[in-house]
Design a protein around this ligand. Sequence first.
Ligand SMILES: NC(=O)c1ccc[n+]([C@@H]2O[C@H](COP(=O)([O-])OP(=O)(O)OC[C@H]3O[C@@H](n4cnc5c(N)ncnc54)[C@H](OP(=O)(O)O)[C@@H]3O)[C@@H](O)[C@H]2O)c1
Length: 332
Amino acid sequence: MDRPIRDQVVVITGASSGIGRCTALHLAGLGASVVLTARRADALEQVVREIRAGGGRAIAVPGEVTRADDLRAVADAAVQRFGRIDTWVNNAGVYLQGRVQDISLDEYRRVLDVNFVGLVNGTQRALEVMLPRGEGVIVQVSSVAAKRGVPFTSPYSASKAAVAAFASALRAELLGSGVRLSVLYPPSVDTPIYDSARGKLGVAPKPAAPIYDPLSAARAIEHLARTGERERYFGWAGPLAALDAASPALGDWLLHRVAGFTYSDAPAHADDNLDSPARTIPPAVRAGWARPGWRGLTVRESVRVLPVESMLAAAALGFVCARAARRLRALV
Ligand SMILES: NC(=O)c1ccc[n+]([C@@H]2O[C@H](COP(=O)([O-])OP(=O)(O)OC[C@H]3O[C@@H](n4cnc5c(N)ncnc54)[C@H](OP(=O)(O)O)[C@@H]3O)[C@@H](O)[C@H]2O)c1
């Protein structure tokens, strides 16, 4: 059954930045009434102003996703202002990069608390409103890292895998209730999450190419809000998950080889948003990662991460070009 977006009231967590901010603008542009939450009140107000300036409907209710009272206030405000909640998007998340032995237990707890318990909190608040009406869709923003753990992101990968397992357990509980549960598994997306991540490798985290625009994620969320489908992939997330399911050993080998694409050679940032909002990272939809090269992939980075393979590829290219030039000369 298709649920038109223009008639929907949609709550979005993590709406101050990146995918959440993009989704808020996108859905409001399609006519949805949107209720935005995140910790940075000023950043949320910017989004509300932009939506209202375009004739859309939006309110902001700042909050911390790990606190039940904060998200209950979000749900209450949505019902008070717009009468109901049709879709709740659990999107807020944080990222941390480091070796397992260098990440403290408190850091593991915090990543799990925001990315998993915060999402459970949002789900409970959504169910309180949706179950009595017998209708609604809850969209959980996971990651391809749920399907295939990525080196140096163990707390993040674990938190996203927890989201997937939580969703399948709850989906079975909800059968017949009228409330549906969808999970999105995005690949690398060009957002500020990498700038505001806690980097413990000594160098700054970055997304691995190919990097997709946040609008691809916003459109995927729109699709799930309309259809209530159980899951959605876009970009290289589906093929990577399929490759790993077919041969986990090949997945281990491949990710070990290409892990260098997930960090840069620049020093790690001093600021991060793990325990409290970042002070110096501007709240924006995009961070500019996808701009250089092909979807963020550059020759310089390929040489840094895979020097031998890059040399072999350059030699193969040179060989092919030389043969083509010889054939061309023979023809003229
Ligand atoms: N970008 C990617 O490559 C990628 C790939 C796969 C999955 N994802 C997932 O997509 C979701 C959105 O990520 P993004 O890339 O758009 O990141 P982002 O630009 O950093 O946005 C994250 C949002 O979460 C909010 N947030 C963080 N901690 C919070 C807390 N404790 N309480 C309330 N809000 C909190 C942030 O706002 P405040 O700081 O203002 O609170 C911000 O609005 C995340 O779940 C992420 O894991 C992203």
